[in-house]
Design a protein around this ligand. Structure first.
Ligand code: UFG
Length: 327
């Protein structure tokens, strides 16, 4: 049985859907601080917080868990610069609690949600996994610290892990049932959609003086269902005895903030009210992945590599759920 920590969040809920579709036994562990109850989609749920080690222990002993996928955590780059303690607590201490509970329960397989933010400002683009790690935000630091802890746990206890370094997760379930719903919404595509729908104040472009083609940040967007598939492949590799590893997940193509807004405008047919503002703390100018390693080693092949599909799936969900999961 698979345990999904943070399984009621954006990426976790899409993974849970994938596991339900595959008929694979699983249970969601979520504190529901940021996760949404409808996002659990009928999967069994344990309400627990990773900051409470005892509650994780209980979950691991109540269910016959064999592999853990850990999505839970705080995820905003800019916020992490302003509130570093929350990030160290949720992302690092919370994960350490999970690792300790896994060790006590004799569990040895973990898939971990890492991030492109571990690299910082790239020296080479597209970024390979062995690129130097110089995170520019506490968010990236906490995720990289967990990756280091994972190496130590493998050496000391034989706990094998696959860290998946997502670039920019986007899109939503193509069936339109699950989607992206953060409060407040800070991610570019949903923020642009909400701004276009008049659900929020006009959005801002954070920084127009970056050394990029049009002065705005460039990111590599990857569809959430393609991320879910990568987790399935990672679980399979661990079950087959693969040693610990780290993989990037992106499409190898960068889009500037202005290009993304243009795409949102094309897909929705709406104008996006926006202004231009200063840079957001912690944002590197360009993040584009080389995902050759996971393609070659685990056979990952994205089904929705084009930005248009990501934006239209996100738009379909939001149009049907104008108030997110509260709709
Ligand atoms: N942006 C704006 N205006 C907004 C929101 C975003 O201009 O209202 C810009 C950001 O400055 C950034 C780009 O759009 O340049 C993408 O921003 P997101 O907040 O959508 O995504 P991030 O690149 O900051 O972060 C995402 C994930 C992190 C992950 C990171 C890796 O949220 O979990 O990618 O860089 F670590």
């Amino acid at each position: 049985m698979v345990l999904l920590c943070g399984g009621a969040g954006f990426i976790g809920s899409h993974m849970a859907k994938r596991l339900r579709d595959l008929g694979e036994r699983h249970v969601i562990l979520d504190s529901f601080e940021k996760g949404h109850r409808p996002a659990a989609g009928g999967s069994p749920v344990v309400e627990a917080d990773l900051r409470d080690r005892e509650s994780i222990r209980r979950a691991l002993t109540t269910f016959p868990i064999e592999v853990v996928i850990h999505f839970a955590g705080s995820i905003q780059v800019g916020e992490s610069v302003r509130q570093p303690a929350e990030y160290w607590e949720n992302n690092f201490v919370g994960t350490l609690n999970l690792l300790e509970a896994m060790r006590e329960a004799g569990l040895s397989k973990l898939v971990f949600s890492s991030t492109a933010a571990v690299y910082g400002e790239p020296e080479v683009v597209p970024i390979p996994e062995d690129h130097p790690k110089k995170p520019t935000s506490p968010y990236g630091e906490t995720k990289f610290a967990v990756e280091m802890a994972l190496s130590a746990y493998e050496r000391a206890y034989g706990l094998r892990s696959i860290a998946l370094r997502y670039f920019n997760a986007a899109g939503s379930d193509p069936d339109g049932v699950f989607g992206e719903d953060h409060d407040p919404e800070t991610h570019l595509i949903p923020a642009a959609i909400l701004s276009a729908m008049g659900k929020t104040a006009p959005m801002q472009i954070f920084g127009t003086d970056y050394p990029t083609l049009d002065g705005t940040c460039v990111r590599d967007y990857v569809h959430v269902m393609d991320l879910a598939e990568a987790h399935r492949l990672a679980v399979r590799a661990l079950r087959d005895g693969a040693p610990s590893n780290q993989y990037n997940l992106g499409n190898g193509q960068g889009f500037s903030v202005r290009e993304v807004l243009q795409m949102v405008q094309e897909v929705t047919g709406l104008v996006i009210p926006h202004s231009e503002g200063p840079r957001r703390d912690g944002d590197p100018a360009v993040l584009v992945a080389s995902s050759e390693k996971i393609r070659a080693e685990l056979g990952w092949s994205p089904q929705y590599p084009d930005l248009g599909s990501m934006v239209s799936h996100a738009w379909n969900w939001r149009r049907a759920h104008p108030d997110g999961y509260r709709s």
